[in-house]
Ligand binder design. Structure first.
Ligand SMILES: CSCCC(=O)C(=O)O
Ligand SMILES: [Fe+2]
Length: 187
C-alpha cells in the first residue's frame, strides 16, 4: 500500500493521534508532488545492500547517511527533541528521511497553508524540499527508526516559522508559484 496522507483537523488533542477530518479528506500523492514532496517505497530489510536506495543516493548526491532511533532509551534529550521536531520550521536544504522501522507523521503545509499529515512506515522514503514548512511527531506506536540522508556535511538547523524572508523560503514559494502558474496572494 502506498503512503497515506490527509488534511488534518483543527483539534488540539494529542498530536500522536491521526487527526483526520470528518469525513476523512485524503490527499493524493500527485498533490504532494505539486508541493515538491517526493516519495519512494523501498524494501527496508537489508537496506545496506538495496540497489534502489543506492541508485537514489547516487542520482541525488546523498553521500552522507546516519540512523536515528526515536525512543526514550536511544535518543538523548528525547522530550526536548520531539518538542523541536513538532515546532513548525523550514531548512535551507532538503530533509530526506527513510523509515526503516516503526512509523510517524510528517506534517507539511500546502499552498493554502493547510496541514497535510503524511504517515510514514517502514519502507517509506520521503524528501521534503528546502523551504517547506513542516513538523514531525511520532504516532501512538511511539517508535521510529529513521535513516537521514544529506548532500555533504549535514546541517540540521531548523528555522522556526515565520521565515518569509529566508532565501530557501523565498525560493520555495517561487517554485511553487511557477508550478501552479499563478500568484499566491496569501504569501
Ligand atoms: C527526526 S525526523 C523529522 C524531524 C524534522 O523535521 C527535522 O529533523 O528537522
Ligand atoms: Fe525538519
Amino acid at each position: 500500500m502506498a503512503i497515506e496522507a490527509w488534511f488534518m483537523d483543527d483539534s488540539l488533542e494529542d498530536p500522536r493521534l491521526p487527526h483526520h477530518r470528518h469525513p476523512k479528506e485524503l490527499v493524493p500523492l500527485d498533490h504532494l508532488a505539486e508541493l515538491g514532496v517526493l516519495y519512494w517505497r523501498l524494501n527496508p530489510n537489508d537496506y545496506e545492500n538495496d540497489e534502489e536506495l543506492r541508485n537514489i543516493r547516487e542520482a541525488r548526491g546523498y553521500n552522507y547517511m546516519d540512523l536515528l532511533n526515536i525512543c526514550p532509551e536511544k535518543l538523548e534529550n528525547y522530550e526536548e527533541k520531539l518538542k523541536n521536531f513538532y515546532t513548525e520550521h523550514i531548512h535551507a536544504d532538503e530533509e530526506i528521511r527513510y523509515c526503516l522501522e516503526g512509523s510517524g507523521y510528517f506534517d507539511v503545509r500546502d499552498k493554502d497553508d493547510r496541514w497535510i499529515r503524511i504517515w510514514i512506515k517502514a519502507g517509506d522514503l520521503i524528501i521534503l524540499p528546502a523551504g517547506i514548512y513542516h513538523r514531525f511527531t511520532l504516532d501512538t506506536n511511539n517508535y521510529v527508526k529513521l535513516m537521514r540522508l544529506f548532500v555533504g556535511e549535514p546541517v540540521w538547523t531548523a528555522y522556526n516559522r515565520p521565515q518569509e524572508d529566508h532565501p530557501a523560503r523565498k525560493e520555495y514559494i517561487n517554485n511553487l508559484t511557477q508550478k501552479i502558474g499563478m500568484p499566491l496572494a496569501a504569501y
